[in-house]
Design a protein around this ligand. Structure first.
Ligand code: C2E
Ligand code: CA
Ligand code: CA
Length: 615
């Protein structure tokens, strides 16, 4: 360094700056830089004793470094007035040298950092002669940027402060990358909405504020109904498009101060920081439901989707952010349970319900092993011949303490937990035994039907079990009832299952006809032996002409398709007369009989046929 001290380059700089004192420290600083470059070279080249660059004249070297350095260099005097800048400085700031000479250091500060900050920089320089850190500046264009700054204060040969040398590197590119990373950590890549992390953060702040201001806020979980099915039928690319569009619709339904986040595949959440009362939340939820219900155009096809919305209020329901989100999501699950396309507000007893579900599940596991499950049979009557032509097997659960648990309560639990697969195997065997029993008492012609869950077809193993068990029963007197949801799940698989069932001589009935999508294309695609018309059509049939016409239409459709039509849930003579007037003869309902225990059912069949024979 000592050798470079009298470097002509620095002297030239000093001359240009018109300040002789500058000469000495500029030399020191430039030599520092040279040493740095030399050091790097030495490290990379296994430490040669002589540095090749030393063959350059020192003045040339200094000038070269100053002019080619990619880092901005700025030299200021002891009063912080700029006396020299290099081309990199001009490139980064956008100012020409002439424009900045004589200006104060940081004439282009951005305002991001206050005077106190610059005071500490100065204090550091006084104390240690050196400062390193980040400074926000402003380019001539007005754009703010951040640079990593190293500044040394330099003294002249007598030790008096002479000025400052600043080397700085524009960090904006790096900062953008950093910001991008932060952004990605807080947003969903597909919809660009905030994710759970960012939602929780905002919710946390809002909960604290609302508690202080005694204000009410809401979190809504918006869960798309049957999205999995739609996704499978339109494919993942269109499925993604649907999600993005759905996200947009939710955003459109809320105001700007609300946060819409994506929590899971088809689950969104809305944070409404402030509402007057729950009706505000209700209104927003209704708007969301309406917008989602509008058809989605995918690949030129109209696709219909609905949503389930769950609402939790804070701090009323909970003032724990995670708790609030959890509550809104269990309310949404409840909305889905009741059929979707609905809004449900969180209620304290929902957790109790969830607990009850768990309790049911473990009790049901025991029930299967300890023979608490039994089958009831509900006769299906041919009104014209007056005969019991068939019966539907319906599961019952007699719990040692709770008594009879209705299938409406335990079948959903069995489906969700997968227990239905084991229960279903038992069911087919039991129905097989009952078919034997019927034949043994002279009613070999009476058929039995049983309800099949979609879960029993999902895995090859389970599907194979079903077929094997059907084969062991008197298959030609067995009917398998399935619902449309099975058809929608996996049409090809269901088709081959239905073919296999038919090969065994058994029949297939479409259950709850008219409640689902009941698209005509299903009837064209799949052949059914029986259509079971849902009870909801019968309810008001004697007063409701539309219902009656619909049932009449279903009956003639059945004829065309070669399927018999069974009407479920007939309770009154008036209903029966209406049905007969449109040609419905196959009836299942309380009018003739409730579901009966096996023994009583056998007795019923005997008595009923005796009655019709005698009459
Ligand atoms: P589902 O297959 O539609 O069965 C008909 C339901 O309607 C039965 O209810 C039956 O008792 C009821 N019902 C019949 N006639 C009348 C009537 O005149 N009035 C009224 N109000 N109701 C009538 P249940 O036995 O409670 O079964 C409910 C549902 O549980 C069944 O609906 C079926 O989806 C499911 N389920 C029952 N047993 C099984 C089973 O063994 N396996 C499977 N996977 N599901 C089953
Ligand atoms: Ca059924
Ligand atoms: Ca039914």
């Amino acid at each position: 360094i000592g050798a470079v001290q009298r470097g002509v380059a620095a002297a030239a700089l000093a001359r240009r700056a018109g300040d002789t004192r500058l000469g000495n420290w500029a030399i020191v600083s430039l030599s520092l830089m040279i040493a740095l470059v030399a050091g790097t070279l030495m490290m990379s080249r296994r430490a040669p004793k002589t540095v090749p660059i030393s063959v350059l004249g020192r003045e040339q070297l200094g000038q070269l470094l100053f002019s080619v350095s990619p880092e901005a260099v700025c030299i200021a005097d002891s009063r912080e007035r700029i006396v020299a800048v290099n081309p990199a400085f001009c490139r980064v700031t956008g100012y020409t040298e002439a424009e900045v000479l004589g200006e104060l250091l940081h004439f282009n500060r951005s305002g991001e950092q206050d005077q106190t900050f610059f005071d500490t920089v100065k204090a550091d320089l006084r104390r240690r002669g050196r400062w390193t850190g980040e400074i926000w500046q402003r380019r001539k264009t007005g754009e703010a940027y951040v640079e990593k700054v190293t500044r040394v204060s330099v003294a002249d040969s007598t030790g008096k402060p002479a000025g400052y040398l600043t080397v700085s590197m524009d960090l904006t590119a790096n900062k953008d990358a950093e910001r991008l990373i932060t952004w990605q950590a807080q947003h969903d890549a597909l919809t660009k909405l905030p994710n759970r992390t960012l939602l929780s953060e905002r919710l946390h702040r809002t909960v604290v504020r609302n508690r202080r201001d005694q204000a009410l806020g809401a979190v809504m979980t918006v869960d798309l109904d049957r999205f999995k099915l739609v996704n499978e039928s339109v494919g993942p690319v269109q499925g993604d498009r649907l999600l993005i569009e759905a996200a947009m619709r939710v955003v459109m339904a809320v105001s700007e101060s609300d946060t819409v986040a994506r929590l899971g595949a088809d689950e969104f959440a809305v944070l409404v920081p402030e509402i007057d009362d729950y009706t505000d939340a209700e209104r927003v939820a209704r708007d969301i439901l309406e917008r989602i219900r509008e058809p989605f155009m995918l690949d030129g096809r109209e696709v219909f989707v609905t949503a389930s919305v769950g609402v939790a209020l804070f701090p009323q329901d909970s003032d724990d952010p995670a708790g609030v989100i959890q509550m809104s999501s269990s309310a949404a699950a409840r909305a889905k349970d009741i059929g979707g396309n609905a809004t449900v507000f969180y209620q304290a007893d929902m957790n109790a319900k969830a607990e009850r579900r768990l309790e049911l599940e473990s009790a049901l596991r025991r029930a299967l092993k300890s023979e608490q499950l039994l089958l009831y049979y509900q006769p299906i009557i041919d009104v014209r011949s007056g005969k019991v032509i068939a019966a539907e097997a319906l599961m019952r659960w007699r719990h040692p303490e709770w008594g009879m648990v209705s299938p409406g309560e335990f079948i959903p639990v069995a489906e969700e937990s997968g227990l239905i697969v084991d229960m279903g195997r038992w069911l087919i065997q039991e129905v097989g035994r009952q078919l034997q029993a019927l034949a043994a008492v002279g009613h070999a012609d009476v058929r039995l039907s049983l309800n099949l869950s979609g879960r029993q077809l999902k895995r090859d193993q389970d599907l194979g079990d079903v077929l094997a068990l059907v084969a062991e029963a008197r298959a030609d007197h067995l009917t398998i009832e399935i619902t449309e949801s099975i058809l929608m799940d996996d049409a090809a698989r269901t088709q081959s299952f239905m073919n296999a069932i038919r090969d065994l001589g058994a029949r297939i009935a479409l259950d709850d006809f008219g409640t689902g999508f009941s698209s005509l294309s299903y009837l064209r695609q799949f052949r059914f032996d029986t259509l079971k018309v849902d009870r909801s059509f019968i309810h008001e049939i004697e007063r409701n002409n539309t219902d009656l016409s619909l049932v009449a239409a279903i009956v003639s459709m059945g004829r065309i398709l070669g399927a018999e039509v069974v009407i479920e849930g007939v309770e009154t003579d008036a209903q029966l007369r209406c049905l007969q007037s449109v040609g419905c003869d196959l009836i299942q309902g309380f009018l003739y009989s409730k579901p009966l225990p096996a023994e009583e059912f056998l007795a019923f069949v005997g008595a009923f046929s005796a009655r019709s024979v005698s009459s």
